[in-house]
Design a protein around this ligand. Structure first.
Ligand SMILES: [Ca+2]
Ligand SMILES: [Ca+2]
Ligand SMILES: [Ca+2]
Length: 151
């Protein structure tokens, strides 16, 4: 077993990568290095790809790590003031917090979009490319974000 505890925050990043990026809490100034660390943490069997089961496990680990009060929901405070539009999109039942199902639904959508070859796995290059795109998109959508991403 590798030291998954030490990588817990990195793990949370890939589990909740888009939320962390917009909140500015996770990706601040670390860019690609951060993405690669997060990928490594999520790749449970170390085969250099992330499959759906690993994504689910990693999303769960990330969710638990962020859920400070243990109520199985992520509120805005726990996410350190995430982007309002993104939060609203993820909060499908509009109750002001994110359930694990809501977070996982988003991650599975991203997974499918990234898995261009439709082989059911993601490579590190696919994940890094996605993070870079998300970073660029945020930088143009909201100027202050430009200072948070280092791609
Ligand atoms: Ca794997
Ligand atoms: Ca909570
Ligand atoms: Ca909700």
């Amino acid at each position: 077993m590798r030291a998954r505890t030490a990588n817990r925050l990195a793990s949370a990043a890939i589990g909740l990568v888009s939320l962390m990026a917009v909140s500015g809490a996770g990706a601040a100034g670390l860019g690609e290095v951060y993405s690669r660390l997060a990928f490594e943490a999520a790749d449970g069997n170390g085969d250099q790809t992330i499959d759906e089961a690993e994504l689910v496990a990693d999303t769960a680990a990330g969710f638990v790590a962020l859920d400070d009060n243990g109520d199985r929901r992520l509120d805005r405070r726990e996410l350190q003031e995430p982007d309002a539009a993104l939060f609203a999109r993820l909060d499908r039942n509009r109750d002001g917090s994110l359930s694990f199902a809501e977070v996982l639904a988003n991650k599975l959508e991203i997974f499918e979009r990234l898995d261009v070859s439709k082989d059911g796995t993601l490579s590190v290059d696919e994940v890094v490319a996605f993070d870079r795109q998300a970073c660029t998109r945020l930088a143009t959508a909201a100027k202050p974000a430009a200072t948070r991403c280092s791609y």
